[in-house]
Design a protein around this ligand. Structure first.
Ligand code: UGA
Length: 444
């Protein structure tokens, strides 16, 4: 099919490249000439594993980028809206969605053929039908459900694993104003193997929020229990959670004696809190949207409240060994909000580094992918190490904030260096016995 994608940010580019790789003809539209030119040269403007290869395979064949929205929409059968929805701390800003709808509506005015418009960006329930639809109808002079289709097709991409997530989806949600819209969307996804969930647009919007709200809730639940274990003393929260994972509600014993453990349990372990561009924003936006609808959303508020304080547990553990951090050499391992990305948005590392600096520590940071971002975030206030060796060489305390595989080398490295700083494990990466002086959130 001929597909146009509006907005070549993270979601738009991954979506466009994956559809192009699946054999569709895809044109990605953006207002940034530099970005458009870079993509057409086959250069990848974002850090995402596998994406440069995908661009090399598709650009110039089934994938192109352009500034020409009207012409591209007119020449395609379906348009995905994948523009940004910036967050002001409370609500998402829908102005880019509205502008995209205006552009598409104007392009549809002169297009004789049936066209389908699909919202891919994460938007609060009611947006597609309540505000995108009237703009499209007004600008095009046409009717949704008659002259054009209108759908909502949320993405479920984890940063660093997005290409895999797109190629092997667990479900494909086909929100649509009518069956005809859903049929066109189903045709776009014809080569993908996953259960198709046909539903209306508002339900599709809430499915997306519910998915992230559940993950965030599990994380804050685990963190609250980990904090309780610490306060009560003599309880290892990791042991508690491992036993919880083994419950038949979570793990399935098979006849051959093996056990199938679902991936969701990776969210049921204490740590130093969640970050990123999705979980914090989606939970907060859902809470605000619910409150505006008269539902207080107490659980979502609690999830956010617990997360807002969780990073401070890292410093509490550091204080057990270094009562004053003033003048102490402290290394923070991991600045990205999760491994396999250089994205630092809402990363717990940010408040952790700021608190260390506020207490007068000499802070060194190391991240395998986000060194430039660390320098941009903290300037000369911290030293950015270029290797793990340099980062830990002289440290008196080492805080693991991001679960990068490389940090598994830490015990061996410290043994080689003959050093014994306190290691504070915010991601349960190491066995407590792996280093001479270990502290972990919720660990006995
Ligand atoms: C999340 C979801 O996992 C995806 O399913 C979803 O599609 C995506 O948001 C989205 O809305 O686009 P992402 O934010 O990229 O993906 O990454 P996650 O692996 O979910 O990590 C989010 C945060 O939770 C990270 O800061 C991570 O360190 C933290 N986390 C994760 C924990 O604190 N504890 C855990 O047990 C797991």
């Amino acid at each position: 099919m001929r597909i146009s994608v509006l907005g070549v940010g993270y979601v738009g580019l991954v979506t466009g490249a994956c559809f192009a790789d699946a054999g569709h003809t895809v044109a990605c539209v953006d207002v940034d000439p530099g970005r458009v030119a870079a993509i057409n040269r086959g250069e990848c403007p974002i850090f995402e594993a596998g994406l440069p290869k995908l661009l090399a395979r598709t650009v110039g064949r089934t994938l192109s980028a352009t500034l020409d929205a009207a012409g591209t929409i007119a020449n395609s059968e379906i348009t995905f809206i994948a523009v940004g929805t910036p967050f002001d701390g409370e609500r998402i800003d829908l102005s880019q969605i509205h502008e995209a709808a205006r552009i598409i509506g104007r392009a549809l005015r002169d297009k004789p053929d049936y066209h389908v418009v699909v919202v891919k960006s994460t938007v609060v329930p009611g947006t597609t039908d309540g505000s995108v639809r009237p703009i499209l109808e007004q600008e095009s002079g046409k009717r949704a459900g008659v002259d054009f289709g209108l759908g909502m097709n949320p993405e479920f991409l984890t940063e660093g694993e997005a290409i895999h997530d797109f190629a092997y989806p667990d479900r494909i949600v086909l929100g649509g104003i009518d069956a005809r819209t859903q049929d066109v969307l189903a045709a776009v996804y014809a080569s993908f193997t996953a259960p198709l969930i046909r539903t209306n647009n508002s339900t599709a919007e809430l499915i997306k929020y519910s998915s992230n709200a559940l993950l965030a809730t599990l994380i804050s639940f685990s963190n609250e229990l980990a904090n309780l274990a610490t306060a009560l003393g003599g309880i290892d929260a990791v042991e508690v959670m491992r036993a919880l994972h083994a419950s038949r509600y979570l793990s399935t014993p098979l006849d051959d004696g093996s056990v199938v453990v679902p991936p969701i349990v990776s969210f049921l372990l204490g740590g130093c809190g969640f970050g990123g561009s999705c979980l914090p924003k989606d939970v907060a936006a859902l809470a605000a949207h619910g409150a505006a609808a008269g539902v207080p959303m107490r659980m979502m508020r609690a999830v956010l409240d617990i997360n807002a304080e969780q990073h401070s547990k890292m410093l509490e553990l550091a204080h057990k060994h270094l009562p004053s951090l003033a003048g102490r050499r402290v290394t923070v391992l991991g600045i990205a909000f999760r491994p396999d990305t250089n994205d630092t948005r809402e990363s717990p590392a940010i408040p952790i580094v700021k608190s260390l600096l506020a207490e007068g520590a000499h802070v060194m940071v190391y991240d395998p992918a986000a060194a430039a971002e660390a320098a941009r975030l903290f300037g000369t206030a911290v030293t950015v190490a270029s290797t793990l060796e340099a980062a830990v060489d002289n440290a008196e305390a080492i805080l693991i904030v991001t679960k990068w595989d490389e940090f598994l080398r830490l015990p061996g490295l410290l043994a080689t260096l003959g050093r014994n700083p306190v290691v504070i494990d915010g991601r349960r990466m190491l066995a407590p016995s792996a280093v001479g002086c270990y502290e972990g959130i919720g660990r006995a």
